[in-house]
Design a protein around this ligand. Structure first.
Ligand SMILES: NC(=O)c1ccc[n+]([C@@H]2O[C@H](COP(=O)([O-])OP(=O)(O)OC[C@H]3O[C@@H](n4cnc5c(N)ncnc54)[C@H](OP(=O)(O)O)[C@@H]3O)[C@@H](O)[C@H]2O)c1
Length: 258
């Protein structure tokens, strides 16, 4: 396991991104922590767990591809030897009810979770390939494997990221660039605080960051956790929709493997 020196995390102002930024900073990396709420990034940079100067706040709205294309190459140029690890973590959740919600809500989620994440990884991939090293990380979700009511758009965005990461892995491996796709189960964060149902196997963000950080250091192609949720979502894909719907009621219908 080699320790990365320069790490970029999008969506680092809260939840998983914040915890991951701190995890890498504590291990000695310089971390560019990107998000829109820079006041939260300043608090993160002042966290006693991180060496002074190890976390660099970076104002970035990933719904703007122009901003990504302008800011990320600059950061890559500033980082001594270039960025070693780039984590496309920024994302938004929430329901989209196809009976009521308009296209704007769907579009917003696609803009952040799909276009924003893909633009982050695609902007830095050629630079890493040119250097012959680097590591791209996509933050998908177990929701990519299982659709629950009104969560079709969110699940679809996360399924995109999984398949996109598979493609990046295929095309960049021979160039020396590693790719990891992460599928978390439920983790405490601003996003999940809005959920009104009981979340099984809910993890603290620091616990989740420890698991994800280690998987990144191992350069795993795919990492999903916690295992009981992984098993449940995987198993649900193997039986027909009607059976799962009967067993789970309205709780969820698996996305069938093609
Ligand atoms: N928590 C879970 O259970 C869980 C499970 C599976 C996957 N995930 C994924 O993990 C990632 C992090 O989620 P979280 O649970 O930690 O949620 P969170 O606490 O709500 O954090 C979301 C982060 O994304 C950033 N963000 C949102 N829109 C952005 C934009 N337009 N530009 C830049 N940054 C933006 C937010 O920062 P600003 O608002 O400051 O910009 C924030 O830092 C997401 O991709 C989510 O889908 C989470």
């Amino acid at each position: 396991m080699s320790e990365p020196r320069n790490v970029l995390v999008t969506g680092a102002s809260s939840g998983l991104g914040r915890a991951l930024a701190l995890w890498f900073a504590r291990r000695g990396a310089r971390v560019w922590a990107a998000a829109r709420r820079t006041e939260l990034l300043d608090t993160l940079a002042a966290d006693p767990g991180a060496r002074p100067g190890s976390i660099v706040p970076l104002a970035l709205d990933v719904s703007s591809t122009a901003a990504i294309r302008h800011v990320l190459p600059e950061v890559d140029g500033q980082a001594d030897g270039g960025l070693d690890v780039v984590i496309a973590n920024a994302g938004i959740g929430g329901e989209a009810n196809p009976r009521k919600d308009t296209w704007e809500k769907v579009e917003r989620m696609i803009q952040v979770n799909v276009t924003g994440a893909a633009a982050t990884l695609a902007t830095l991939a050629p630079r890493m390939a040119e250097r012959g090293r680097g590591h791209l990380v996509g933050m998908s979700s177990l929701a990519a494997w299982m659709v629950t009511p009104k969560m079709g758009v969110y699940s679809a965005t996360k399924a995109f990221l999984e398949v996109y990461c598979d493609g990046l892995h295929l095309d960049l491996k021979s160039a020396g660039v590693a790719v990891t796709c992460i599928h978390p189960g439920f983790v405490k964060s601003e996003m999940t605080a809005k959920n009104k149902f009981k979340m099984p196997f809910l993890l603290e963000a620091d616990d989740a960051a420890e698991r994800m950080g280690r998987a990144i250091l191992r350069r795993e192609k795919s990492f999903s956790y916690p295992w009981p949720m992984v098993l449940a979502t995987r198993a649900a894909r193997l039986v027909p929709d009607v059976v799962v719907a009967r067993v789970m009621g309205k709780a969820g219908v698996p996305r069938q493997a093609s």
